[in-house]
Ligand binder design. Structure first.
Ligand code: ATP
Ligand code: MG
Length: 211
């Protein structure tokens, strides 16, 4: 059995990750590829329960360290119950946010040290890193405008202020630059079709899909 491929979508609020992850899954399915769409925080029953603790409430509900531990508690469950079994069965996994969001939000945004995150990452994720990570980049104001136009319920992180979101953007750009073999930058400021085109051509070339 050929192992499935693991693709993650990363980047700031309202950049179009969830929209494009759905479109990519449809494209892959149309090619006969077995694929599951999932998300973080969440993705398994236990991790979805933790998600509600993380995304609802006041911006300062958790310390960044507590947030990091909750994120990795959920990630561990998600990997064990959904991601690893799917990949082993040959199913592709498309995940809407993953470890890079922890590095950006709790690390660069919240001040949690990269040594601490590296240590938990090694234990929880280990060798099961994504084969490809698409990092959606766009001006912070545009992303927040899109996100606020959408919903105000899961708005805990959206409510953290412009400077916080600028730090996130820098952090995601830094991650893309530091790990070019895994990451590809997507210019997310275009129309839905333009971004979908970039996503598809990047997936096809990086993962060597035949046209
Ligand atoms: N290319 C685009 N042009 C204009 N609007 C878009 C585009 N892509 C997505 N949108 C809209 O912007 C809003 C945010 O998109 P989406 O929810 O996909 O972003 P996201 O990156 O998943 O956000 P979050 O980080 O908050 O989960 C939605 O209302 C969506 O319909
Ligand atoms: Mg989303």
């Amino acid at each position: 059995m050929t192992r499935g491929r693991f693709i993650t979508f990363e980047g700031g609020e309202g950049a179009g990750k969830s929209t494009q992850a759905r479109l990519l899954v449809e494209q892959l399915q149309a090619r006969g590829i077995s694929v599951v769409l999932t998300r973080e925080p969440g993705g398994s029953e236990g991790a979805e329960a933790l998600r509600n603790l993380l995304v609802i409430g006041d911006a300062d509900r958790w310390t960044p360290t507590a947030e990091t531990l909750l994120m990795y508690a959920g990630r561990s469950d998600h990997l064990t119950r959904l991601i690893r079994p799917a990949l082993a069965a040959g199913t592709w996994v498309v995940c809407d946010r993953f470890s890079d969001s922890t590095r950006a939000y709790q690390g660069a945004g919240g001040g949690v040290s990269s040594d601490f995150i590296d240590a938990i990452e090694a234990e929880v994720v280990g060798a099961d890193r994504p084969d490809l990570t698409l990092i959606f980049d766009m001006p912070v104001e545009l992303g927040l405008e899109r996100a606020f136009g959408r919903d105000m319920f899961e708005a805990r992180f959206e409510s953290k202020g412009l400077a916080f979101h600028e730090r996130l953007r820098e952090a995601f750009l830094h991650i893309a630059k530091a790990d070019p073999g895994r990451c590809a930058l997507i210019d997310a400021g275009g129309t839905l079709d333009e971004v979908a085109e970039q996503v598809w051509s990047t997936v096809a070339s990086r993962l060597e899909l035949t046209p």
